[in-house]
Ligand binder design. Structure first.
Ligand SMILES: Nc1nc2c(c(=O)[nH]1)N[C@H]1C(S)=C(S)[C@@H](COP(=O)(O)OP(=O)(O)OC[C@H]3O[C@@H](n4cnc5c(=O)[nH]c(N)nc54)[C@H](O)[C@@H]3O)O[C@H]1N2
Ligand SMILES: Nc1nc2c(c(=O)[nH]1)N[C@H]1C(S)=C(S)[C@@H](COP(=O)(O)OP(=O)(O)OC[C@H]3O[C@@H](n4cnc5c(=O)[nH]c(N)nc54)[C@H](O)[C@@H]3O)O[C@H]1N2
Ligand SMILES: [Mo]
Length: 761
């Protein structure tokens, strides 16, 4: 159903300038980013990277580029880049005693440790680890299932608090894959397309797309729509740039999102602002929802959230206008109340008739999310795993799904927090082998990182692939493989596996690899070749073959790598009002892809999974309300991880220009609060929660509420002693965050709301 558009009149992929410099158009996958596909022009002279600039012919990024890509040359040629495979003795973990080895030796070591593990302890002892959004995460499940034959794919982000809880709410209550604000991204003529309408309002909730471009909603498209008349409602405890331009800024107490969302529903229903026709025809359980939201009158919600009651009313009245749209972000996931926040916000836009209309909330096609893809090719070599990603058919489940069975209904990894329990207790069995790529858990992903660090050190053998040495690799790895940047490899980018309108593009190599770097995909194919030399698995011959087989699994998308490479980028559009046309259900009937065929305001799926079918509020577990005993010692609330232009998670701290712009791990403090504690601009302070403390440089700013401080995440100092793990435990804010304080079904956690105190260091 998606329609692909190529721009036939765009410049060729490679042009040559008068001085012999070649300019290569491509799509980015980083540097220091997700596979988002900003358009790039890479200037190459005598085989060397000269500079990178934005590609103004890319219909989506239109020549814009962030500071991380603009400094790509510093990254590409950085002295700290890993250039060769290395190994060290197990007893030297934590010591800077690496020894260069050949690729053959590194890969053979990994394979022999793997075989030894399986022979002696069974396949359960094998695990494959991955982080966020790089090529590594595109192939995480294939690496786990098809190469190493294990269901234990690990993504150790507590409560899977990145996009998956939002996706679960979307899938289970609306039968949709990612539901995104409609910014005309699939139309070649963008905002001029007569089928599109400009949203009257966008509700931006716990998201800062100007900095994060989260999951492909580019921040600049919000600014473009503001220029066309779109107004903003922003829900954020900080006054970020968007909040300063909002009609209403809902500056809530961190973590109270659930109450606020229910309060907005209360206003829309009490004031009869909803779309009766849509509710009648297309939703299930309106009366039950109406009864539930009576428990959240505006005055009560105002008390819980610290948001002015009149602001809640005005916001609800704005959103109820059609078309209005929703952009919800990470603060929705990083909360144990996550599924209910998602369900409530989606219900708000459903009952106001804003689902899948032009300028409203664009519904995704039924999901083809990585781990759920039907990616089981035929195995032909003896002993080759039959693509365990055909999940659920093999009678084995990833670790932790016994305790959190709902996890199986959305994603095919171990339960993140339960994985630590297994590592610490060896129950039900000991994990002995780990292949890890594209993540830096003890600097970034996991709460209580010292526990993970100790636990990962118990694994008998750990191999890592990365572009740089990291605290995690220095602390726990035995073998490290040098990964390639997108300048050095073939790949593809797409929005949510083409389930959303957007772009699909080619990553086209412009440079020879530095040192002996190799792409993750090449490493995977090589491991597979060595493990199953007789395999004739379709799609596994070489990177292009693999990319083509992945593209062929996307719904109705007819494109090969060669097609994309020829044009660099394609846009694809998907229709509106798919529910009227039978485009959302496998039976071709009108309606939504849910058990009742309707949008489930009363969720039969949540009910079946053992949760309340209606949205409800959970007070943050360690707040002054829940734990008055902590309130005196820890009077402030800390929220963490608001994105910065100058870094992508724990990356980019080596890049001089970026460190000039943002030098140290920083805590934002309201000047009033700072005054109270005798803290001045730029001084070092400790931020301490009941679980631990970290050092941060103070930045005094009125953008945070007086009772709130906001800390950077992902910090370590590449310039510090490797054998002190680059001081990661002095600066990684996740030491303030608890392990396994997830919501009832195992999702969400407290990255964005913990009690704390601050004092001068
Ligand atoms: N430059 C850059 N871009 C990135 C990343 C990066 O590290 N750097 N990371 C990428 C990844 S993996 C992700 S998941 C996305 C995330 O990107 P976003 O979804 O935009 O999330 P954040 O930047 O974490 O937070 C957005 C806003 O939430 C606010 N906030 C804090 N606590 C609360 C709360 O309790 N409730 C509400 N309503 N708001 C709150 C913060 O003040 C902040 O302004 O960004 C991606 N893009
Ligand atoms: N306190 C707090 N903690 C958080 C968050 C927060 O908001 N607050 N956000 C959370 C979220 S949403 C996420 S997604 C996680 C992210 O957590 P991680 O995924 O662990 O974080 P990264 O720093 O992105 O780690 C990626 C590593 O992969 C390497 N890398 C980059 N590109 C490639 C590649 O192509 N191949 C290979 N092999 N390696 C590559 C990088 O050099 C880096 O070392 O952090 C979480 N942690
Ligand atoms: Mo994330």
């Amino acid at each position: 159903m998606p329609t692909l558009h190529y721009n036939e009149s765009a410049s060729p992929v490679v042009t040559t300038l008068s001085d012999g410099t070649t300019v290569h158009r491509t799509c980015s996958a980083g540097i220091g980013c997700h596979n988002l596909g900003c358009g790039l022009k890479v200037h190459v002279k005598d085989g060397k990277l000269v500079k990178v600039e934005g590609d103004e012919e890319n219909p989506i990024s239109k020549g814009r580029l962030c500071v991380r890509c603009l400094t790509a040359k510093e990254y590409f040629y950085h002295k700290d880049r890993l250039l060769y495979p290395m190994k060290r003795a197990r007893e030297d973990r934590g010591k800077d005693k690496w020894e260069r080895v050949s690729w053959d030796e590194a890969l053979d070591t990994i394979i022999s440790k793997y075989k030894e593990t399986v022979e002696n302890y069974g396949i359960g002892a094998v695990s494959v680890w991955c982080g966020t959004g790089r090529e590594a995460s595109q192939i995480h499940f294939q690496m786990a299932n098809d190469v190493f034959g294990t269901v234990n794919a690990v993504h150790p982000n507590s409560g899977w608090s990145c996009i998956v809880p939002r996706m679960a709410a979307m899938l289970w209550t609306m039968g949709s894959s990612y539901i995104e604000a409609d910014n005309s991204i699939g139309f070649p003529d963008r905002y001029d397309d007569p089928r599109w309408a400009c949203p009257k309002y966008m509700l931006v909730w716990g998201r800062d797309p100007l900095r994060s471009n989260p999951d492909g909603l580019f921040g600049h498209s919000i600014v473009e729509m503001m220029k066309l008349g779109m107004k903003l409602i922003v829900c954020d405890p900080r006054v970020n740039w968007l909040a300063t331009r909002a009609e209403v800024h809902l500056q809530l107490r961190p973590g109270t999102d659930g109450a606020l969302a229910l309060g907005l529903l209360n206003v829309v229903i009490e004031e009869d602002l909803y779309d009766h026709d849509f509710v009648e025809k297309w939703t299930y359980g309106f009366d039950e929802l109406a009864e539930r939201v009576k428990e959240y009158p505006v005055e009560r919600v105002s008390e819980i959230t610290e948001v002015d009651a009149d602001d809640i009313r005005s916001a609800a009245r704005c959103i109820a206008q059609r078309p209005s749209t929703l952009s919800m972000g990470l603060a929705v996931d990083q909360n144990p109340n996550t599924l209910q926040i998602g369900h409530a916000l989606l219900s708000l836009f459903a009952i106001t008739g804003n689902m899948d209309i032009p300028g409203g909330c664009f519904m995704g096609l039924p999901p083809i999310f990585a781990g759920m893809a039907e990616n089981a090719p035929t195995a032909e070599a003896e002993g080759e795993p039959e693509g365990l990603a055909k999940f659920g058919n093999i009678g084995v489940e990833p670790l932790g799904h016994d305790r959190y069975p709902a996890m199986s209904a959305i994603v095919n990894t171990t339960h993140p927090d339960a994985t630590l329990d297994v590592l610490e207790t060896n129950v039900p069995y000991k994990i002995r082998f780990a292949y890890a790529f594209g993540h830096n858990s003890i600097s970034c992903m996991v709460p209580q990182p010292k526990r993970w660090y100790e636990a990962m050190r118990k694994i008998d053998f750990v191999a890592f692939a990365d572009l740089f040495m990291t605290p995690t690799i220095m602390g726990v790895a035995d073998v490290v493989l040098p990964a390639a940047t997108f300048f050095e490899k073939k790949g593809y980018v797409s929005n949510n596996n083409a389930s959303q309108p957007g772009q699909m593009g080619a990553i086209i190599p412009a440079l020879e690899p530095v040192g002996e770097c190799r792409a993750d995909l090449e490493i995977m194919l090589e491991l597979h070749r060595r493990l199953y030399p007789n395999s004739k698995k379709p799609g596994w011959a070489d990177p292009e073959d693999f990319i083509n087989s992945q593209l062929s699994k996307m719904r109705d998308v007819d494109a090969t790598y060669a097609d994309l490479e020829q044009h660099v980028i394609a846009q694809y559009e998907i229709e509106y009002r798919k529910y009227e046309k039978g485009l959302l259900r496998s039976d071709g009937q009108p309606g939504f892809n849910t058990p009742t065929g309707r949008i489930e305001l009363y969720s039969t799926v949540l009910e079946r999974l053992g949760d309340d079918p209606l949205p409800y509020y959970i007070e943050p577990k360690f707040s002054a309300v829940s734990r008055p005993d902590l309130a005196e010692e820890y009077p402030l609330t800390v929220t963490t991880g608001a994105r910065r232009f100058t870094s992508f998670h724990s990356e980019n701290r080596q890049i001089e220009t970026l460190r000039e712009i943002h030098q140290w791990p920083t805590v934002q403090i309201n000047p009033q609060t700072a005054d109270e504690y005798g803290i001045c601009e730029g001084s070092w302070v400790y931020v301490e929660s009941p679980l631990g403390k970290v050092k941060m440089s103070a930045h005094l700013t009125p953008i945070v509420k007086e009772s709130v401080v906001s800390c950077d995440h992902g910090w370590w100092l590449p310039e510090s002693d490797p054998e002190n793990l680059f001081d990661v435990f002095d600066y990684n804010v996740n030491q303030l965050i608890p392990h396994e304080e997830n919501g009832p079904l195992g999702f969400g956690t407290h990255y964005k709301s913990m009690p704390c105190k601050i004092y001068r260091a």
